[in-house]
Write a protein that binds this ligand. Structure first.
Ligand SMILES: [Zn+2]
Length: 125
């Protein structure tokens, strides 16, 4: 008997990443990572709004741009019949350090974090 596994690529709202859902014998699509079913996927929508820096080389996020992109997306979701369930900021970090010994030894270290974007979870109403 050969196993004929059908897979469907979709966004898993539990794992928060694109996943290859596997078709089960009962006709349901199951996430191989968290074992949740795709059923609810039809009622929920997850959108990622990417934040951008104010300018090249800048470490400051363009908040106005992020806000307007968020507003457009939320309006679109609402007009499609979705209600926003949650907004989650995604934060990234950066760090660096150096340590030199000897007669002219020195060291430095720094780190910072920034909002990389916002995950919108919406539900069909
Ligand atoms: Zn999953």
């Amino acid at each position: 008997m050969t196993e004929n596994k059908s897979v469907k690529s979709a966004f898993c709202i539990r794992c928060l990443k694109d996943t290859n859902f596997v078709l089960q014998s009962d006709g349901k699509w199951q996430c191989p990572n968290c074992n949740s079913y795709l059923e609810g996927e039809l009622l929920n929508k997850v959108v990622f709004i990417s934040a951008r820096f104010k300018s090249h080389g800048s470490s400051e996020i363009d908040g106005e741009r992020l806000t307007s992109e968020l507003r457009v997306e939320v309006q679109q979701l609402n007009s499609d019949g979705y209600e926003i369930v949650s907004l989650t900021p995604v934060t990234s970090g950066f760090r660096d350090f150096k340590y030199e010994t000897g007669a002219y030894g020195y060291s430095y270290g720094y780190g910072y974090s920034f909002t990389e974007g916002i995950i919108i979870v919406a539900r069909k109403v």
